[in-house]
Design a protein. Structure first.
Lengths: 364, 364
């Protein structure tokens, strides 16, 4: 197994023993957590993601912190138990399981979520390896990939051939830590909408271009990002991203996939996909392919202008600044399905092949 | 193939010939469409879904209707062409393809969506059979089911064994008209959240109870509803529904799945699941299983009170009225994951087996 959980259990044990030892020495027990805020983040192009600057806060046991302190320790214990049984708990199930913690029970789920985030940051381990998961969509996959999972009933490996789903797809589970992969594909193509994903499946695109199609369904969930990351890392595959040509596609989808987000900086290490490159739709494509457009909304303009000023990723890349400036100058956005103006098959027969012929021109 | 499209093409041809004949007779061409509004709907318990009362509007070609009239005919032609090539077009792609219709091009996608709805209602054929599809999530499936789809490249049947996805699942495509099924399962269990779906997969529930699990992901999409309907019809399977115990679960999810919705009454015939029965979580379960609850919000109370007054489905069933009254009296809602208070395995080992031991007690 790629992740038996023993490493995580060892971290939990260390943390608990640290607390225990201080108590035995009659010292106040402490836990150390990184500060999770944009101000504690920087973009490291070499590492490829937003990183924490390393500032920590120390939570010492006092009358004021006693409840959170107890909750954090109980959350560590719950994780250890889950790893032991092989079960995973959703964030919501964790909140309800904590109903039995007496005075340490949570008043609402956002309290238990915060403690879970703390534990994750404290151990530098993503939540999924602690056997906690979100109630979210993991994305869909079709293409030249065999996913190797485990049949819980028999413990045996089960091979999932993603070329054999007809018009359907493989739905990625919320926890992908133990999946393994076998593939001869040349690249991963991550697509914004299910509509475009199904278009490419219908056009036999993965077969003709030897690739793996992933439908992100808008901003990719953690599960979807982690899946792409693990797949791309373990199989040394390039990742190309195909979204609408608007600030949402460039920033909320692509930038989040590639380098992570500011307010979850303690996680970006696990969830970013540094090998991702942006295929389109770019503002240049609008001219090149004479695509129908829509005017930018005020919220689009604001998002783009903010990114030019404040987003460390955009500020790092002159080519992204130029693309966003061009979009603002033109005053329009473009949807990936606008390519259908030239016929449904145009995207698979003309647009993507032309783009893929010049990968060096992709935005970074 | 269960749906070769020839029946739909015949309907399109009939419609076009009707127009053509009137023109040849020097009459103004006409198209007849059912009125799509709540006021033209009734609940027919025997049929099992909201039905149109049969009022029609007639669209005659005049100076005022010429553009819509042309668009409707062009949309029929587009559908006929799609059926011919075997391709499907998303609603958005259809809008962009219509960019080339000259003066009949649409100003915005909601205009083309409306014309598509008209065509659907006019022919009494659901959009998917016209080879149009939405850009939506189709739900996920795991359990004792083999889905039989077609490999587009070879034209051969492809068998998808939904027991063999490990921790993942089969993602339902947006068009399910041509899928066939093989199963020995005893029932379909449609679940509100992906979190609960993954819980039941992790507990080997489909294996132990010989069933098919479907994750609806909130209010089920058309594709998800149509999938359950076709599966349940063709394999004569009962469908049990498991949602949160709140007005959203009872009305927006369960009622929509079972009988359809008011403003899409021309479609309910294809998308409703009349064989669905409501397993839980019921207000009675809160007491029976001592579940943690949350107070009803104002919006919950309003939705419940409105349904008691105006929803033909609720007004038809005394047992549903009693359940909703009880919920309003208690003033609380309950989430399906609240069962985790008694341990993660409680839902699979205790709650569902007890409920399934008394199917007659399910709400209708």
């Amino acid at each position: 197994m790629p992740d038996s959980g023993s490493e995580v259990v060892a971290k939990i044990r260390d943390e608990a023993q640290g607390v225990y030892r201080r108590i035995q020495r009659k010292q106040k027990p402490q836990m150390k957590l990184p500060v999770r805020a944009l101000s504690n983040v920087r973009y490291r192009p070499k590492a490829g993601y937003f990183q924490l600057r390393g500032r920590n806060k120390v939570r010492t046991l006092t009358v004021g912190t006693v409840k959170t302190f107890a909750q954090t320790l109980k959350m560590l214990a719950m994780s250890k138990e889950l790893i032991g049984t092989g079960r995973h708990s959703t964030k919501r199930e964790a909140y309800y399981q904590a109903y039995n913690w007496g005075e340490a029970a949570f008043g609402a789920q956002d309290e238990s979520d915060t403690v879970m985030d703390d534990v994750e940051a404290m151990l530098s381990v993503n939540r999924e390896r602690l056997h906690f998961r979100a109630d979210e969509h993991g994305g869909e996959v079709a293409g030249e990939l065999v996913v190797i999972d485990r049949d819980r009933r028999t413990g045996r490996a089960v091979e999932i051939d993603c070329t054999r789903f007809g018009s359907g797809a493989y739905s990625v589970p919320t926890v992908v830590e133990e999946l393994r992969f076998r593939t001869k594909a040349k690249f991963v193509l991550a697509v914004e909408t299910k509509g475009m994903f199904e278009r490419l499946v219908e056009e036999d695109f993965f077969d003709r271009r030897h690739c793996i199609l992933v439908s992100m369904g808008g901003v990719p969930s953690r599960a979807c990002r982690r899946f792409i990351r693990r797949l791309a890392d373990s199989k040394k595959l390039p990742v190309y991203v195909f979204t609408d040509g608007d600030p949402y596609g460039y920033l909320n989808i692509y930038r989040t996939l590639k380098v992570g987000s500011g307010n979850a900086a303690h996680l970006n290490e696990f969830f970013c996909v540094p090998q991702a490159r942006f295929l389109g739709v770019t503002p240049d494509d609008i001219v090149e392919y004479q695509l129908p457009t829509h005017p930018l909304k005020e919220v689009d303009k604001k998002r783009a202008t903010d990114a030019m000023k404040n987003d460390p990723f955009i500020r790092h890349y002159r080519s992204w600044q130029k693309a966003i400036e061009k979009m603002l100058d033109m005053g329009v956005r473009v949807e990936q399905q606008a390519l259908a103006k030239h016929g449904l098959e145009f995207v698979a027969n003309t647009y993507l092949p032309q783009k893929l012929g010049n990968v060096e021109a992709f935005l970074p």
